[in-house]
Design a protein around this ligand. Structure first.
Ligand code: NOJ
Length: 680
C-alpha cells in the first residue's frame, strides 16, 4: 500500500513516502528555500532533518532558493537474475518519490531529487535534465547530509590517506570517528538498529566520503580533482545514489541487495564468456621475497616456473594461473616509474606463446596482469592493444593494479603537464569504468587492485568480477604488519557490503619459517578455509605456495571443493568484530557450504541446519580447529571429520581463539549413511 501524505502551506511543503512494507518512511520538505529530508524506521527517527542540494560553479546554487514544483510517485516490484553472484534471484521492490524542484527566481534551473525507498534501506540521487539555462555543469560542492540520530557505534576507516582504503577498521562512538571517513560507514544505534551509508552506481562522478560535522551530522564530501573541482559533467546528469541500508541485525546488512538494485541492468549482450573461477599464482612468493617481479636471477615469471604452476593448477582443478612481473617495466623503482610499463612486451625469459599454449593443453588459462604503478596515461595509451593481445592468447581474466600513494595518480593533461589525481576522484572513477568497458570489448574479466570502492557496477558490467579495496591478506606477507584476528570479522559488515573482494585467503604456512619469520596471518588453518565462504568473491585465489598445499592435502581439499558462484546466501551468526557464520548454496549443485569465524576469542556457536532440504540426509565434511588450536600458539591445530546431518540437526561450531570452521554439506549416498551410522 502506498501511503501518501502531502501537506502544503505557503512556507513549508512536505511530502512523505513509505517502503513497501511500511518499515521505512522518508519525509522531504522545503523550508525557506532549503530542501531537507528525514528518515524514520518503524516510527523511530533514524536520520534527522538533513539538507539536500548541490552548489555549482558560476554562483549557481541548487541548494538554496528552492521550490518544489511537482512530485511524481511510482512503485516497482520485480525479481531479476544475476549472471553470477552470491544470490541468484534478487527482488527489487521499492516505492519512489520524485521531487521536481526549481532553483532561483531568474534563469530558473530545474532538477529532481529521486528517492527509492525499500524495506531494507533507501537511495536518493540528483537528476538535472536538459534545459535552456544550463548545459555544462561544474560541481563545487554537494550538500547532502545524514544527520544521524543519537551517537551510534561506528566502524570506519579514515578517508584521504595515502594507502587508499587499506587500513584496519576502527570502532568508536560516531562522535569520536575521524573527521573524514570512507563508505560503507556502518553503525549500530543505541536501540540496536544497524545502518550503513554508501553509494550506488558511481560512474562518471567523483566518489563520496563523509565529513563529520557537529552533532553527528555527516555531510557528503566529494573527492576533488587536482584543481579542487569536484565534478565536471553536463545535462542530462544523474548523480550516483546516496544509500542508507538498515537492518535489525548486522546480518541483515549482508543480505541486503539494495546497492545492486540501484544499478542499471546488465548491458553486455553476450555473457557466455563470463565465469567465476578459482586461481593460483606466481604471486605470494614475490610478497615473501622468494622470487622477484623484476628480471634477473630471481625472476618469478619464467616460462619453466609458470609451467610448474600450470601443472599444479591442472592437477588440482584450478581454472587460472596469475603471473605477475611477466612484462617489461618492473626493473628499478616501478612505483615511481610506472610510465615504463609495456603491456604487450614480455620479458625474454617468459615465452608467453609457449606458456599460454601449454596452459590450454592442460585446460588451464593464464590470468593476465596489468600493473600501472599509477601511471594511468601510459596505461590508457596501451590499454586496447593490451586487452586484444591477451585475448589473442586465450587470456580471459586480467588483474589490474594502481600502486601509488593516494594523491599520486599521474594524469598527463592537454598541455602535456603531469597532474596528480587521487584514486577516488572523478578522473579515476571514469578510468576504472573505461577499463571495464575496454575489457568487455575483448571478452576479458577484470579484478582490480587499488580500485575505486565497489558500488554495484558488476550488475551492469558482469565482467567486473572482483577487486581489492581494503587490507587484504597480502598485509600478512613479509612486508606487512598483519591484519589482526578481528579484521575479517569487520570486513563483511563494512567493505564487503559494497561488493566482492579479492582478499586472497588460503595461507597454509602459518608457523614461523625462513620465508615468514612470524605468523602475521594471525588465524588458524581452519579459519583460512572458512574465509572462502565468509568473504564473497567470484574469483578466489589459493594464494600460498603450491608446496605448502602439497604438505596438507587434507585441508587443501576444501579449497578445491568450495564453489565461487552461489544460488543463495544466509547469515547464521553476525556480531561485528567478534564472530560471523554464513551458509551459501552452490549455484550448480545441491551442496551447501558453511564458513564460521571468530576474533581472538574462542567460542562455541550453534547452528540449526534448517537450510538443508527437509527429509534428506547430508554428509557434513567438517574442517575444524583442534581442541588445542590457537591463532598464535598453535595455528595448525586442525581436525577433519564427517558427520551425518539433516535439516533438523543443531550443529555445534567450536571455534578456537582466532579460529574458524568450514563445512561442505553434500547429499549422502547409501554408502555414506552406512559408514557414518556405524561410526556414530
Ligand atoms: C599490489 C597488489 O595488491 C598486489 O596483489 C600486487 O602483487 C602488487 N600490487 C604488484 O602489482
Amino acid at each position: 500500500v502506498l501511503l501518501v501524505l502531502t501537506l502544503q502551506t505557503a512556507q513549508a511543503q512536505e511530502h512523505s513516502i513509505q517502503s513497501p512494507d511500511d518499515i521505512l518512511a522518508v519525509t522531504v520538505s522545503v523550508e525557506k528555500g532549503l530542501l531537507y529530508y528525514s528518515v524514520d524506521r518503524l516510527g523511530v527517527p533514524l536520520i534527522n532533518t538533513s539538507r539536500l542540494g548541490i552548489e555549482l560553479d558560476g554562483r549557481i546554487s541548487l541548494a538554496k532558493d528552492l521550490n518544489i514544483a511537482s512530485t511524481d510517485r511510482n512503485s516497482y516490484d520485480e525479481t531479476w537474475e544475476q549472471v553470477w553472484g552470491e544470490k541468484r534471484y534478487i527482488q527489487n521492490n521499492y516505492n519512489e518519490l520524485r521531487i521536481n524542484a526549481t532553483a532561483g527566481s531568474r534563469d530558473v534551473i530545474h532538477f529532481s531529487v529521486v528517492f527509492r525507498v525499500y524495506d531494507d534501506g533507501l537511495g536518493f540521487r540528483y537528476e538535472i535534465p536538459d534545459q535552456s539555462n544550463i548545459s555544462d555543469i561544474v560541481i563545487i560542492d554537494e550538500k547532502a547530509e545524514f544527520a544521524i540520530e543519537g551517537n551510534p557505534t561506528a566502524w570506519w576507516i579514515e578517508a584521504y590517506q595515502s594507502n587508499r582504503y587499506e587500513y584496519l577498521y576502527e570502532k568508536s562512538l560516531l562522535d569520536d570517528a575521524a573527521n573524514y571517513t570512507h563508505t560503507p560507514l556502518t553503525m549500530e544505534t543505541g536501540n540496536g538498529t544497524f545502518i550503513s551509508i554508501h553509494e550506488a552506481a558511481l560512474t562518471d562522478y567523483s566518489s563520496m566520503t563523509l565529513r563529520r560535522k557537529k552533532g553527528n551530522v555527516l555531510e557528503v564530501d566529494l573527492v576533488p580533482w587536482s584543481d579542487g573541482t569536484k565534478v565536471f559533467t553536463e545535462t542530462p546528469m544523474m548523480s550516483p545514489w546516496r544509500t542508507i541500508q538498515v537492518g535489525d541485525t548486522a546480518g541483515d546488512l549482508v543480505t541486503s541487495y539494495l546497492i545492486l538494485n540501484l544499478n542499471e541492468p546488465n548491458k553486455l549482450a553476450d555473457t557466455s564468456w563470463i565465469h567465476p573461477a578459482k586461481y593460483i599464482g606466481i604471486w605470494w612468493e614475490m610478497h615473501l621475497g622468494v622470487s622477484s617481479w623484476s628480471s634477473g636471477p630471481d625472476h618469478g615469471a619464467t616460462t619453466e616456473h609458470t609451467k610448474e604452476y600450470i601443472d599444479f593448477a591442472a592437477e588440482h582443478g584450478f581454472d587460472g594461473v596469475l603471473v605477475e612481473g611477466w612484462n617489461v617495466g618492473w626493473d628499478g623503482d616501478w612505483v615511481a616509474n610506472g610510465d615504463q610499463f609495456l603491456f604487450t612486451t614480455p620479458y625474454p625469459d617468459f615465452d608467453i606463446d609457449d606458456v599460454t599454449a601449454y596452459a590450454a593443453s592442460k585446460g588451464v588459462r593464464l590470468i593476465g596482469h596489468h600493473e600501472t604503478g599509477g601511471a594511468v596515461t601510459n596505461y590508457v595509451e596501451q590499454m586496447d592493444d593490451a586487452f586484444a593481445y591477451y585475448n589473442s592468447l586465450g587470456v580471459n581474466t586480467v588483474k589490474t593494479g594502481y600502486v601509488a600513494h593516494g594523491r599520486d595518480i599521474d594524469r598527463v593533461d592537454e598541455k602535456g603537464s603531469i597532474r596528480r589525481e587521487t584514486h577516488h576522484g572523478q578522473y579515476m572513477v571514469e578510468h576504472y569504468r573505461d577499463v571495464v568497458e575496454a575489457a568487455a570489448r575483448h571478452n576479458v574479466m577484470i579484478n582490480v587492485h587499488e580500485p575505486i570502492k565497489p558500488t554495484g557496477i558488476r550488475r551492469t558490467y558482469p565482467n567486473m568480477l572482483t577487486r581489492e579495496g581494503a587490507r587484504g591478506q597480502e598485509y600478512s606477507s613479509s612486508w606487512g604488519s598483519g591484519n589482526g584476528p578481528d579484521h575479517t570479522l569487520i570486513l563483511p559488515f563494512t567493505r564487503l557490503l559494497a561488493g566482492p573482494m579479492d582478499f586472497t585467503p588460503g595461507t597454509f604456512q602459518l608457523v614461523p619459517s625462513e620465508d615468514e619469520p612470524e605468523n602475521s596471518v594471525q588465524t588458524t588453518l581452519a579459519k583460512q578455509l572458512a574465509l572462502y565462504v565468509t568473504i564473497y568473491s567470484p574469483l578466489q585465489m589459493a594464494s600460498d605456495l603450491p608446496r605448502n598445499y602439497l604438505e596438507n592435502l587434507e585441508a587443501f581439499q576444501f579449497i578445491k571443493d568450495v564453489p565461487v558462484n552461489w544460488e543463495d546466501t544466509r547469515v547464521i551468526h553476525a556480531d561485528i568484530g567478534n564472530y560471523y557464520s554464513v551458509v551459501r548454496k552452490d549455484w550448480d549443485s545441491d551442496e551447501w557450504f558453511l564458513g564460521s569465524i571468530t576474533d581472538e576469542e574462542g567460542r562455541v556457536l550453534r547452528a540449526q541446519l534448517d537450510f538443508l532440504d527437509e527429509g534428506r540426509q547430508y554428509v557434513a565434511e567438517i574442517y575444524a580447529d583442534s581442541k588445542d588450536a590457537h591463532w598464535d600458539s598453535n595455528p595448525l591445530g586442525f581436525r577433519r571429520f564427517d558427520q551425518l546431518v539433516n535439516s533438523r540437526t543443531s550443529m555445534n561450531i567450536r571455534l578456537a581463539p582466532g579460529g574458524g570452521m568450514a563445512v561442505r554439506f553434500r547429499p549422502a549416498t547409501a554408502e555414506d549413511i552406512t559408514r557414518l551410522a556405524e561410526s556414530d
